[in-house]
Each structure stands twice: as C-alpha cells, then as structure tokens.
Write a protein that binds this ligand. Structure first.
Ligand SMILES: Cc1cc2nc3c(=O)[nH]c(=O)nc-3n(C[C@H](O)[C@H](O)[C@H](O)COP(=O)(O)OP(=O)(O)OC[C@H]3O[C@@H](n4cnc5c(N)ncnc54)[C@H](O)[C@@H]3O)c2cc1C
Length: 383
C-alpha cells in the first residue's frame, strides 16, 4: 500500500541520491576497514533510515510494507553492509517488540531504535541450533522478579554494536520444542552478558556478527516480551516472515546493481573489434538476469501488498526469499562472467558483491528451509 505517492517519491529520490553520492563512493573504504564511517551512520540517522519500518508514534517513518520494499530496492544498490547497519533496527532487532511487546516495552525501546540512538539485535541461532531453531537450549529460569539466562547465541548480526538484544530462551525445560520458548529484551551491560570476538566472514565486511554469551545473566521479568512465557518462538517466526520479505527486496536491489555494473562493462569492453555487449551469448546473460530481477521484483511487491492488506504471507515470504536469494546468486555469477578476468580481481565491485550476496541464501532461513516451509503448507492444505 502506498499512502501518498508524492511523499514516497521524495523519499525514494533522497535515498537514491544518498546511495549514489555517499554510499557507493565509500564501498571500498568499508571493505578495506571493515567499518562504516561514523559520518555515514550519522547521516543515516538524520535521514530516518533506522526507523523506516517503525510507526510514526515511536518516531519512525511508519512505512507500509510496500513502501519499505521500494526503499529497500534503492538502498540495496550499495554494498549490503550499509543496509545491514540499519537492517536490524527496522527488522529482526525491533519487530519482536513492535509485534508482541507490551505498551510499556514499546514505549521504552522503540523510539530509541527508530532514531538509531541504540542498535537492536536478534539472538535466535545457537552453536547447536540453526535451521532447527526450536531445539535451542539457552535457558531462562525465573528468580523472583528476574529471569536468569544461560547459554550461547551464534552469528548474531550487529552484536558488537547492539544496545539491546531480542533473545529467545527456553523457560520451560519440560517442553522440548517451540512451546517452551520465550522472548526477552536483554540490555547490553546486563550482568553476565558478554559479546565474543567479531567473526571473520566471507563477505559483507563492515557488517559484524559475533557470539553472545549469557552466564547467569539477570534480566528483569518486565523484559519478557508481551509479558507471557511460551510464545517467544511464535514471536520469532512472525519477525522472520517480515524479515524474509525485506531480505528478498534487498536481493532484488543488489542484483540490479550488479547487472547495472555488468551492462556498463559489457558496453565499454571491446573484444574481436566490438563491444562484448554485441555478442549474443553475453546478451543472453544480460537478458536472463534482467528477466529474473523483474520476476523477483514483481513477487516481492505482490507479497508486500498482500501483507499490507492483512493477509498471512508466511508462504509468500518464503517463496520470495527462496527465489530472490537464489536469483541474486545466479545474477552475481553471470555478472562475474561478463567481467571476465576483471570480475575475479578486486578492482571491480562485482568481485566483492559475489562474496557478499552468498549470505542471502543462508541467513533468515536457508533456501532448503524456505522449500520446507512452502511444501509443508502445500501438503497441509491438501490433507
Ligand atoms: C553473517 C550471518 C549473520 C547472521 N545473523 C543472525 C542473526 O542476527 N540472528 C540469528 O539468530 N541468526 C543469525 N544468523 C544465523 C543464520 O540464520 C543460520 O546460520 C541459518 O539459519 C542456518 O543455520 P546453521 O548455520 O546452523 O546451518 P544448519 O542448520 O546446520 O544447516 C546446514 C545445512 O543443512 C541444511 N538443512 C538443515 N536442516 C535441513 C532440513 N530439515 N532439510 C534439508 N536441509 C536442511 C541447511 O539448509 C544447510 O544447507 C546469521 C548467520 C550468518 C552467517
């Protein structure tokens, strides 16, 4: 749903200019230093990018899902690390509180997340529990007006920067699966919470992940999301539905950027006396990529509109994530090919993007997990 086309166009033009004039020129520096310059983070705050998806009542821009994916298409034309900086505050690091939090929890945390004053992180994955997230073993034991958390979370995006963590932990050891899990807001600085060293990753330098350890970590009972035990896994899944749609939009925008670069290269680069863009085998790679990007864009917009209409889009979000992330990988591969040897050395952005986009098929549910979600829903409705 687009509430006001004119206002949205101004926002999209502002983001487009910010990407072209500020983010793209800093991409190599971010890759070299593994850090987003503070000036860029400050500009992101001023533009309201930390609160795109948070309601105006809490200081956010209150974008609808359709508006948000349109912004994401634009933002994703720069290195994914920039998007990741604001990604958790808009997505997995805030939505649990927004969707299922108590009015007090929303009032306390959402304005600070929307302004970018603090960074939010989402801590579900553990060393022994990834795709099988419901088997998590981090425990939360009630002790008076506190819970005591013990366990380790793995690969937590923005953990080194985070001011708060949405943490899924088992409050009822007698219930092995999802039903025993609750969600907590845990503040950085809580006694017993520590963040491990920054992971060395294949790509997306400038975006950080790390382990988060809970060692008799005391969390006020008032920080139990929604004030109810046993519903934390459902909260996490609702957060991921939305996140998967957002990531699908990011895959689509990133694929567009790679294709734009490859097209420019194909037009400039000459072999056999003519631009390589004149060769039909190169044209096939360009055309296949353009077609697949269009398909992903159409899927993402359709699912976003349905979500704005109040539909349950769990299956559509998985379809989008599966198609858009795999598509993005295929486009990256073709774009390296179009660049030839230049695509394999790091002078061109495509070498970096090729590594950066590999993650899209893994996090927020691997491609195989999306296939399971889709197929299980099909089988359920047939039986
Ligand atoms: C850079 C990065 C950032 C991340 N950020 C976060 C974050 O902020 N918060 C968070 O909680 N997590 C985060 N994650 C974790 C991420 O969501 C998991 O890595 C992902 O869900 C896969 O879990 P796993 O790594 O344990 O792989 P596994 O679950 O061990 O899977 C390994 C392989 O087995 C396949 N597989 C597993 N089960 C099945 C099955 N039933 N059927 C078929 N195939 C299957 C998988 O598809 C995969 O190919 C991040 C990960 C990375 C790498």
């Amino acid at each position: 749903m687009i509430r006001d086309r004119e206002t949205l166009n101004v926002l999209l033009a502002t983001v487009r200019r910010f990407v072209d004039e500020r983010l793209v020129p800093h991409e190599q520096q971010v890759a070299d230093t593994d850090a987003i310059p503070q000036a860029i983070v400050d500009e992101m705050r001023e533009l309201g990018l930390f609160g795109l998806a948070l309601p105006e009542a809490y200081g956010g821009l209150g974008l609808t899902m359709e508006e948000e994916v349109l912004v994401a298409f634009e933002l994703a034309r720069a290195s994914p690390a920039f998007r990741s900086t604001i990604g958790t505050n808009n997505g997995i690091g805030s939505q649990g509180i927004l969707i299922d939090g108590t009015p007090e929890q929303k009032q306390r945390w959402l304005p600070r997340l929307a302004s970018g004053e603090i960074v939010g992180a989402f801590a579900l994955t553990e060393p022994g529990s990834g795709s099988d997230a419901a088997s998590l073993t981090t425990s939360a034991r009630r002790d008076g007006d506190h819970y005591v958390l013990n366990g380790t979370k793995r690969f937590i995006t923005n953990a080194p920067e985070a001011g708060i963590f949405t943490v899924m932990a088992r409050t009822d050891a007698a219930i092995a699966g999802a039903g025993g899990i609750s969600a907590f807001i845990v503040e950085r600085g809580s006694p017993g919470l520590s963040v491990g060293r920054i992971d060395r990753k294949m790509g997306q330098r400038g975006s950080h992940t790390a382990d988060v350890h809970f060692d008799d970590c005391r969390v006020p009972a008032a920080n139990l999301i929604g004030g109810r035990e046993g519903v934390g896994f459902r909260t996490a899944m609702k957060v991921l539905d939305r996140g998967r749609l957002h990531i699908s939009a990011i895959c689509t925008g990133t694929a567009q950027r790679m294709l734009d670069d490859a097209l420019r290269y194909a037009v400039d680069r000459r072999q056999f006396g003519q631009p390589i863009a004149e060769f039909q085998l190169v044209q096939a790679m360009l055309a296949d990529s353009r077609t697949e990007i269009y398909a992903a864009r159409s899927m993402v917009l359709d699912a976003a509109r349905r979500r704005d209409d109040g539909d349950d889009i769990t299956v559509e979000a998985s379809c989008c994530k599966l198609f858009a992330s795999e598509m993005c990988g295929r486009v990256a591969d073709r774009c390296v090919q179009i660049h030839g040897g230049a695509g394999y050395v790091s002078d061109h952005a495509i070498e970096r993007f090729y590594r950066d986009v590999r993650l899209f098929r893994i996090y927020e549910g691997t491609s195989q997990i999306q296939q399971l979600v889709i197929a299980r829903a099909m089988i359920r409705s047939a039986s």
